[in-house]
Design a binder for this molecule. Structure first.
Ligand SMILES: [Zn+2]
Length: 370
């Protein structure tokens, strides 16, 4: 029932719209127009002040058909990572690429296209359906800002399907980690490195003493940590008085990530203080994790839909966060579904035509049989 030509047409049009994070307005306008024409009530929420984007999240609703009372949400993000020039998509041997100079933007325009196509079928064929609530978010790539800004009491659905994973269609992401960020400032004392080095305290040496003892990399099967940014120093003739460091830790288990953050913090402090430096620390919860059991209703629906589309459902955990993390934290039971995009955030990004068609079929199955 999915119309491959219409789906590809919409997808190719969507990827050519330049709308990186904070500049999603052109996509929001296209969606507003298309969804209104299909008979949905469309509203753009007032979250620009919180997110810094030039548009709010787009929320659209189609009232349940007779016999249904339940509402189900489908979500994808409107932004892409930074893109300097126009995207020129090409289709070759059943695979859609960019011209190699930019990202393709299948992340996450493929999710939007799959939702739109399923909706075209539901509306066009007047299929029975629960209340359909569509949530198109801004600034997902900047730390899930759009979904974080959503007013939870502004949504009707209790369950949501996020379309934003690069695994093969049929994969259902039932768990995702909690992530914390650590911002460290190591304070030393400046001095002339040639005239009076003994009067200084090198923040670089103090930071190093901490860093070598910070547990990082793969900590266990569910936990990882990384020091990703280090900045400091002005000139070789000055004993460095300040180093700024950013690190992260994530785990599928909350208790583990909290232990990990504590271990990193203590190791850093000990090293820095042994060298006479001073450590300032700020911790930030980037996003909370989620873990859904196999018999959770939202998971059960996803399994059924995948099966009925002729695929084997694969329940997996993700290594990173998505809008599903935030929806879950707002009390909406959400899983992330795979679209089959590959090498996202790179000029080699691609998606196969069969993958995007399958994704749309799964969404259609969820919309009309949910
Ligand atoms: Zn994405």
């Amino acid at each position: 029932m999915v119309d491959e030509k219409r789906l590809l047409g919409n997808f190719l049009e969507l990827v050519t719209i330049k709308a990186p994070s904070f500049q999603e307005k052109p996509v929001a306008e296209v969606l507003h127009d298309m969804l209104s024409k299909m008979g949905l009530s469309v509203h753009v929420d007032e979250t620009c002040g919180k997110t810094g984007s030039n548009t709010g999240n787009v929320i659209a609703r189609l009232e349940p058909s007779r016999g249904f009372t339940e509402w189900v949400a489908f979500s994808a993000h409107m932004d892409t990572v930074a893109v300097e020039r126009e995207v020129t998509p090409q289709v070759k041997d059943g695979v859609i690429f960019s011209d190699g100079q930019t990202i393709l933007g299948a992340d996450d325009r493929a999710g939007i296209a799959a939702i739109l196509e399923a909706l075209e079928v539901v509306v066009g064929k007047a299929l029975p359906h629960p209340g359909l609530e569509l949530i198109f978010t801004v600034a997902e790539e900047q730390g899930l800002l759009g979904s974080k800004a959503l007013a939870p009491d502004g949504l009707k659905a209790q369950q949501a399907f996020v379309l934003d994973s690069s695994m093969e269609p049929g994969y259902i992401i039932v768990a995702a980690p909690t992530q914390y960020k650590l911002f460290w400032t190591v304070q030393g004392k400046a001095a002339h490195a040639g005239v009076a080095p003994e009067e200084g305290i090198s923040a670089i040496m103090a930071a190093s003493a901490g860093i070598v003892n910070v547990p990082q990399g793969r900590i266990d099967a569910e936990t990882t940590a990384n020091i990703g940014v280090i900045k400091g120093g002005k000139a070789t003739n000055i004993v460095c008085d300040r180093v700024d460091i950013q690190a992260e830790a994530r785990s599928l288990e909350d208790a583990k990530v909290e232990r990990q953050v504590e271990a990193m913090s203590q190791a850093m402090r000990k090293g820095v203080e042994e060298k006479g430096g001073r450590l300032e620390e700020r911790r930030e919860l980037s996003y909370p994790g989620y873990r859904m059991s196999e018999d959770a209703p939202v998971v059960f629906k996803a399994i059924e839909a995948v099966r009925r589309c002729g695929l084997k459902p694969q329940l997996v955990s993700a290594g990173g966060g998505s809008d599903a993390n935030i929806l879950n934290s707002k009390g909406i039971s959400a899983v992330n579904l795979a679209l089959g995009m590959e090498k996202v955030h790179t000029p080699e990004e691609r998606i196969s035509v069969p993958a995007i068609v399958k994704a749309a079929e799964i969404v259609l199955m969820l919309m009309s049989n949910a």
